[in-house]
Design a protein around this ligand. Structure first.
Ligand code: ATP
Ligand code: MG
Length: 496
C-alpha cells in the first residue's frame, strides 16, 4: 500500500482550534489545547515506562476523560492500542492480550480484581494502573508528527457474538474516513456536540473521540449510560447528537414520558443491532430524530446510515452506504441479488479494516477485492435502501421459507408485558426447523396469549411453536443476544 502521510491528528487539531471545548466529563471541560497537554504529558510518562512506537499494548479502562487522554497519548507515540472491553472476564481479556502479543497493559484501580487475575496467566506483561502512570516520571516523548494513514492505530476485538472474537486492525485512515463519511451524511455545524454514553472501548465510542479530534467538535463523556443523566446532559451541555443502541433508546423513550427532547438535539444515531419497528414508531411519535445505522468493528463504526430526509418514508431501513463506501447484496451463486431479494451484505470502502490480527486465512476469506463479507443478511428495496434482516448464522429455514429471528423478537418485545425476547430455530421433522422463543416478562402472562399476539402480527410460519419464560435473555458484553446460549438452554429444556 502506498504511504499516505498526514500530520498527527491531535497535533493538527490543537494547532487549528486550541481554545475550543473538546471534552466535557464530570463537570469539567477540557479544550483541545488542554487535551493535547494531557496526552503529551502522558506520552512522556508512557515513554519513561518503556512503551515504544510500533508496539501493541493493551488498554483496559472505564469511560472517563483520562481514557481519552491515554488513547491519544498512544496516538502521539504511535503505539498500537489493543482496546479491551472492560465487561469481559479476566480469562477472556488475558486471551486477547496473548493473541495480540501485548507486553504492556494500561489499566486502572477500578479493575484491580481482573488485572490481578490476568497477571497469573500473563507473566511477561507489565501491568500499569493509570493512577501509577500519572505519578510516573516524564521523559521527553518522541512524538509521531507525521503519521501514515495505512498504519494501525487500534485493535478491537469483535463482540464474539457468533464465535471467538477476532482482533480487527483499524488504521488511522480507517478512522479518518469513517469520521468523514459520517460528517458528509449528518452534516456538521459549529454547535455540534456529541454525547458518548456508549463504551469508549467499543468502536461506537472510540469513533466519537476520533470525530471530536477530526472535526474540532466537543464531546461529552458519560461514565455509564443512565437515561435521566443523558437527558439532562442533552439539555445542559447543548448536546446535538447521541449514539445509542436500542436498549438505551427504549429507556430514553420511556423516561421522556410526555416530554420532548430540546430543539437543538438533532440526531439519535441508532446502531449496533436490529432496531425493533415498534421502538422506531414510538420515537417517530415523540419526534425523537432517530437515524438508523449499520456498521461493525470491521467498518470502524457506521458504514450505512439513513439520511434525515428518509427517516420516515424508509422507516426500518439502515439507509444507503455513506459517501466513501459501497454496498451490495450477494445471493448463494455469488450473483448480485435483485431488489427485495435477501442475501449476504458485502461492504467496501476506505473505512474497512485491513484485516484480522494474525489471521491471514480468515482475512483472505472475508475480504476479497476489498469487499468484506459481513455475515449479515439483508436486502435492498427497489430504491436501493438497505434493510438488515439478521446474521446468516441465525437464519431459520422452515419449510423452505426464511425466518429471521430478529423480526420475531421485535414483535414479541412490542407487547407491553414482554421485556426481552430471543428466538432460535428448533429441529422439526415436518418443517426442517421451526422458530421457538424465550422471553422475560414484566407481568404474568400465558404462553397462548403470547402466541395469539404473534398470530396477529406475523405470518403463521413465523409464529414461535413454543415460548419459554425465563429470568434473563443471555446477552454478551455488547448486550447482543447470545443465540448459541439459547440453543444450549433449549437442549436442556428438551431433555427434561
Ligand atoms: P462477532 O463478529 O465476533 O460475532 P459482532 O459481529 O457482534 O461479533 P460487532 O462488530 O460489535 O461484533 O457488531 C457488528 C454486528 O452488529 C453486525 O455485523 C450486525 O450483525 C449487527 N448490527 C449492527 N448494526 C445493525 C443494524 N442496524 N441492524 C441489524 N444488525 C446490526
Ligand atoms: Mg461480526
Amino acid at each position: 500500500m502506498n504511504d499516505q502521510m498526514m500530520q498527527n491528528f491531535l497535533l493538527k487539531r490543537a494547532s487549528l482550534t486550541p481554545d475550543r471545548p473538546a471534552i466535557y466529563f464530570a463537570d469539567q471541560t477540557y479544550t483541545f489545547s488542554d487535551v493535547f497537554d494531557k496526552a503529551f504529558h502522558i506520552a512522556g510518562q508512557l515513554t519513561s515506562l518503556g512503551l515504544k512506537r510500533g508496539q501493541f499494548a493493551g488498554v483496559l479502562l472505564a469511560n472517563h476523560a483520562d481514557s481519552a487522554f491515554i488513547y491519544l497519548a498512544f496516538q502521539l507515540l504511535g503505539v498500537k492500542a489493543v482496546i479491551l472491553n472492560n465487561r469481559l472476564t479476566a480469562h477472556e481479556l488475558a486471551w486477547q492480550m496473548e493473541d495480540s502479543d501485548s507486553l504492556f497493559l494500561i489499566t486502572e484501580e477500578l479493575f484491580t480484581l481482573k488485572s490481578k487475575e490476568m497477571e497469573k496467566s500473563l507473566p511477561n506483561v507489565t501491568i500499569i494502573n493509570k493512577e501509577d502512570l500519572f505519578n510516573s516520571p516524564f521523559v521527553e516523548p518522541i512524538v509521531v508528527n507525521e503519521m501514515n494513514l495505512n498504519e494501525v492505530c487500534t485493535v478491537m476485538y469483535t463482540s464474539g457474538t457468533t464465535g471467538f472474537p477476532k482482533g480487527v486492525l483499524q488504521t488511522y485512515g480507517n478512522h479518518m474516513w469513517s469520521a468523514i463519511g459520517s460528517a458528509l451524511n449528518l452534516g456538521l455545524t459549529e454547535q455540534d456536540c456529541w454525547l458518548c454514553a456508549v463504551p469508549l472501548f467499543h468502536i461506537s465510542g472510540y469513533s466519537i473521540l476520533m470525530r471530536s479530534i477530526i472535526y474540532g467538535m466537543k464531546m461529552v463523556i458519560l461514565d455509564s449510560f443512565h437515561e435521566k443523566k443523558a437527558i439532562d446532559l442533552i439539555e445542559n451541555e447543548k448536546v446535538t447528537i447521541m449514539s445509542v443502541v436500542s436498549t438505551m433508546l427504549t429507556r430514553i423513550e420511556e423516561e421522556l414520558g410526555d416530554q420532548r427532547l430540546p430543539e437543538h438535539f438533532r440526531c439519535m444515531l441508532l446502531g449496533g443491532g436490529p432496531a425493533p419497528r415498534g421502538l422506531l414508531e414510538k420515537c417517530m411519535f415523540k419526534l425523537i430524530p432517530v437515524y438508523q445505522t449499520y456498521g461493525m468493528t470491521e467498518t470502524s463504526s457506521q458504514i450505512v446510515t439513513l439520511s434525515p430526509e428518509y427517516s420516515i418514508s424508509k422507516l426500518g431501513s439502515a439507509g444507503k452506504a455513506l459517501f466513501p463506501s459501497q454496498l451490495k447484496i450477494i445471493v448463494s451463486n455469488g450473483k448480485d441479488a435483485k431488489p427485495n431479494e435477501a442475501g449476504e451484505i458485502l461492504v467496501k470502502g476506505p473505512n474497512i479494516t485491513i484485516g484480522y490480527l494474525n489471521r491471514e486465512e480468515e482475512t483472505a476469506k472475508r475480504i476479497v477485492d476489498g469487499w468484506l463479507s459481513t455475515g449479515d443478511i439483508g436486502y435492498l428495496d427497489s430504491d436501493g435502501f438497505l434493510f438488515v434482516l439478521d446474521r446468516r448464522s441465525d437464519l431459520i429455514i422452515s419449510g423452505g421459507e426464511n425466518i429471521y429471528p430478529a423480526e420475531i423478537e421485535g414483535v414479541l418485545v412490542s407487547h407491553p408485558n414482554i421485556s426481552d425476547a430471543g428466538v432460535i430455530g428448533m429441529k422439526d421433522e415436518k418443517w426442517g426447523e421451526v422458530p421457538i422463543a424465550f422471553v422475560t416478562i414484566k407481568k404474568d402472562m400465558k404462553e397462548e396469549e403470547m402466541i395469539q399476539y404473534c398470530l396477529e402480527k406475523l405470518a403463521k410460519y413465523k409464529v414461535p411453536k413454543k415460548i419459554y419464560i425465563i429470568d434473563e435473555i443471555p446477552r454478551n458484553a455488547a448486550k447482543k443476544i447470545l443465540r448459541r446460549n439459547l440453543r444450549l438452554l433449549l437442549n436442556k429444556n428438551m431433555k427434561r
